[in-house]
Design a protein around this ligand. Structure first.
Ligand code: SF4
Ligand code: SF4
Length: 334
C-alpha cells in the first residue's frame, strides 16, 4: 500500500508563541511535498483528534506525523490503530520549553526535528499484520509429570489438540515416587492417596492428546503458531507442527550433600525428604542405623532461601514436611 503522510503541527502549550509555524509548515509542504499539513491549537483535544481521524478515514492518510509534545505523553490519545504509522516530533519539551522563543537557532532546531521525523516516516514500512503459513493451535507440553499431564489435559478439555513429550518411559514423574500426595481437593484435611494413575488414564483416553514417552525434543524451529518440532523416539524422528509450547519439565531435589552444615552425609540418621518418602512407600519409616524412630525434627528451607545455595523458596517443603509428619503419626500415634 502507498503511504500518504499527514503532518499535524500543534501550536498549543506555547509552541505557537515560540516558533514561526508558517516556516515550519513549509518544511513539510514545500521540502517534503507532504500532501496534508495542518495546524491546530490543541491537537490532543477532541476536535484535534477528530481532525486527524477524519483525514485517516476520508483522505486516506496512513502515515501520521504529529509535531507537538513528547511521545512520552498523550501516547494513549494519539492512538489510531495498528495499521497507521505514527511518528511524533517533540517540539514542546525538547525545543520550545528549553530554548529561547522566536530565536533563529530554536526555529532551526524545530525544522530539523520535523525533517528527521519526515525522513523516518518516509523510510519506515507501513505496519502489516503477520501472515503465518499453516498456523496451528496445537500445544506442545514438554514433560509428563503432574504439571505436564494437567497442562495437556486441561488444554485438550479447552478444545486444543495437545502433544505431550516425556523423556522417561512412563508418565507421572515425581508423583510415582510418593507414598501419599498433599491434598489437592476439598476438604484438604490430610494426605490423599496418589491419584496420578487416574490422571494418566484420563489423559491417555483423550482423543485430542498425543503422547510420546521415552522421547526427546531434538529441535524446535519456526515461530509461534508454526513451530516445527522434531521429536526423537526409539531411534525414529517425528515432526509435529505446534502452535505454542508449555515447559513442564519439573524440578529435581537440591543436592543434599552440599548441606554438610545440617549434618547430611555426616550423621547417618539425617535423611532427605526424598528418602523419607521412599521409606514410607516401603511401609516402615526406620532410622538408617536400624533403631526405632522416636523423635523427628524437620529442617525447613534446607538449601532454599539461602544466598549460599538457592536464594528462592522451593514453595514445596513446607507442605511436604507437614504431609510427612502425618506419616509418622500414622505409624506411631503415640
Ligand atoms: S499537550 Fe501536546 S498536543 Fe496537547 S496542546 Fe500541548 S503540545 Fe499540543
Ligand atoms: S517451602 Fe517452606 S520450608 Fe521450603 S523453602 Fe519455602 S519457606 Fe522454606
Amino acid at each position: 500500500m502507498d503511504k500518504k503522510t499527514g503532518v499535524y503541527i500543534c501550536t498549543g502549550c506555547g509552541i505557537g508563541e515560540s516558533l514561526d509555524i508558517g516556516s515550519l509548515s513549509k518544511v513539510a509542504t514545500k521540502e517534503s511535498k507532504v500532501p496534508v499539513c495542518k495546524t491546530h491549537a490543541f491537537y490532543c483535544g477532541a476536535e484535534g483528534i477528530a481532525e486527524i481521524k477524519s483525514d485517516i478515514e476520508n483522505e486516506g492518510v496512513n502515515t501520521v506525523v504529529i509535531a507537538a509534545c513528547s511521545s512520552r505523553v498523550n501516547y494513549d490519545v494519539f492512538e489510531f490503530g495498528p495499521s497507521i504509522l505514527l511518528e511524533r516530533t517533540n517540539l514542546r519539551e525538547q525545543i520550545t520549553w528549553c530554548h529561547p522563543a522566536n530565536d533563529e537557532d530554536t526555529q532551526m532546531m524545530a525544522e530539523d526535528s520535523l525533517r528527521m521525523s519526515l525522513a523516518k516516516a518516509k523510510h519506515i514500512l507501513l505496519p502489516e499484520s503477520f501472515q503465518g503459513e499453516n498456523m496451528v493451535k496445537t500445544i506442545l507440553v514438554v514433560g509428563g509429570g503432574l504439571s505436564g499431564i494437567t497442562a495437556a489435559l486441561e488444554s485438550a478439555k479447552a478444545g486444543y489438540k495437545s502433544v505431550l513429550v516425556e523423556k522417561s518411559p512412563v508418565l507421572g514423574g515425581w508423583m510415582n515416587s510418593l507414598y501419599k500426595q498433599a491434598p489437592l481437593k476439598a476438604p484438604y484435611e490430610g494426605p490423599e492417596d496418589v491419584d496420578i494413575a487416574e490422571r494418566i488414564k484420563e489423559l491417555e483416553a483423550h482423543a485430542d492428546v498425543t503422547i510420546y514417552v521415552g522421547a526427546e525434543i531434538k529441535e524446535i524451529a519456526g515461530a509461534p503458531g508454526m513451530f516445527d518440532v522434531t521429536i526423537s523416539q526409539d531411534g525414529k524422528s517425528i515432526t509435529e507442527r505446534i502452535g505454542s509450547v508449555i515447559l513442564a519439565t519439573g524440578a529435581v531435589p537440591y543436592d543434599a550433600t552440599k548441606l554438610e552444615n545440617l549434618g547430611y552425609g555426616k550423621y547417618e540418621n539425617v535423611i532427605s525428604g526424598q528418602t523419607m518418602e521412599e521409606l514410607a512407600k516401603k511401609g516402615k519409616i526406620a532410622r538408617p542405623d536400624g533403631k526405632e524412630v522416636q523423635t523427628i525434627a524437620f529442617i525447613q528451607c534446607a538449601g532454599s532461601r539461602d544466598p549460599e545455595h538457592l536464594p528462592y523458596c522451593s514453595a514445596e517443603c513446607c507442605v511436604e514436611s507437614l504431609k510427612q509428619a502425618t506419616y509418622l503419626k500414622e505409624q506411631n500415634p503415640e
